[in-house]
Write a protein that binds this ligand. Structure first.
Ligand code: ADP
Ligand code: TRP
Length: 333
């Protein structure tokens, strides 16, 4: 059976982009594959270093994984920092990652621009840690949103270099996946960029937003003055809202508003109201499940304690192999 692995950083509440780009596949894939889903707390440290924020975000993300339907009976759910084999593999993989390519990585350059002067080596080697997450379980498939594609490419490169250097096939090549479709990017409600946890304000719809909040955010989304001629090309911000509607509404609703746009009769107020209502309906079951889980600390702890144990045992097998291959097997000295 093939192995699937993915994770999210505990840097805030999960949003529709996290769910539609990746989480929804976590749930589908657990039926068919050997799945590992984790909370990337070490990765969060590269930009968010306050322990109190991190702790509450870890329990949020865990409860959100469970609320979207990730099932601890089917998938192994754990916290990255509970598996010390990951940083050990990360250290070894660092020897196969070149400074130049890490500096050129688009996500690093973007973060470097945002972070300004607080650039640290952890941020630079972020893709190496991510490769260690994936390779420690020899994952074949990695469900992620489009923004993570460059990181998976880098994981493949490091794996390939390691295999080649030691003349081994220990690491399979991982593929970024969206279950047979192209990887997706859910747009921000602000008209530009992707929906993101780190953007403050109204640009993201969180999975635990209540109905009023959702409708308020959608109402504030940027729109233009409306189409003035039939079948006019949509500006980016309108295209984005239609894309969101395609993701959460019925085909009939979508074609109704497409038609209204194309014949210039669309009223953005109605369009946004419908989109808000449909988003609310789409995420309401997740929100309710989350509320029933978030205060059940004993259950949340049980899930990650049991998941951590399974993940460590599985990861140890890879580390034993890697230590042997590299020549770090103390039994041989
Ligand atoms: P964020 O960028 O919001 O902090 P993460 O970096 O923790 O979120 O991403 C967790 C997962 O969600 C990754 O697989 C990422 O590709 C996916 N993801 C994040 N934002 C989006 C988006 N707007 N559209 C599609 N997928 C997304
Ligand atoms: N870098 C990913 C993100 O920001 C999170 C992540 C860390 C991840 N390790 C991973 C995703 C391994 C997939 C596989 O979204």
């Amino acid at each position: 059976m093939e192995t699937v692995l993915s994770g999210m950083r505990p840097t805030g509440k999960l949003h529709l982009g996290n769910y539609l780009g990746a989480g929804i596949n976590y749930v589908k894939m657990q039926e068919k594959y050997n799945c590992f889903y984790f909370i990337a707390d070490y990765h969060a440290l590269t930009t968010h270093t306050k322990a109190s924020e991190l702790n509450s975000s870890i329990s949020n993300v865990l409860a959100e994984y469970l609320a979207i339907g990730v099932d601890p009976e089917k998938a192994t759910i754990y916290i990255q920092s509970h598996v010390p084999q990951i940083p050990e593999l990360y250290l070894i993989l660092n020897m196969f990652a070149y400074k130049g390519e890490l500096e050129k990585c688009t996500t690093f350059k973007e973060k470097a621009r945002k972070e300004g002067q607080t650039l640290n080596a952890g941020l630079l080697t972020y893709p190496v840690l991510m490769a260690a997450d994936i390779l420690i379980h020899k994952a074949n498939k990695v469900p992620v949103g489009e923004d993570q594609k460059p990181h998976i490419e880098m994981a493949r490169n490091f794996a390939q270099r390691f295999n080649h250097y030691y003349e081994t096939e220990v690491f399979p090549m991982p593929d970024a996946t969206n279950e047979g479709e192209n990887l997706i990017r859910v747009p921000s409600l602000q008209g530009t960029g992707k929906m993101s946890k780190s953007d403050a304000g109204d640009s993201a719809i969180y999975l635990i937003d209540d109905k009023d909040t959702i409708i308020k955010k959608v109402k504030r989304a940027k729109t233009d003055a409306g189409p003035t001629s039939p079948n006019q090309t949509k500006p980016q911000e309108i295209e984005n809202l239609f894309y969101l509607m395609k993701l959460v509404s019925s085909a009939e609703t979508l074609s109704h508003f497409e038609e209204a746009y194309n014949n210039c009769s669309i009223r953005y107020g109605d369009f946004k109201m419908q989109l808000g209502e449909d988003m609310n309906q789409y995420i309401a079951p997740i929100r309710e499940k989350y509320q029933s889980l978030i205060n059940d600390r004993a259950y949340l702890l049980k899930v990650v304690n049991e998941g951590g144990e399974k993940a460590r045992a599985h990861a140890q097998k890879t580390i034993d192999e890697v230590r042997n291959i590299v020549g770090l097997n103390s039994m041989n000295i």
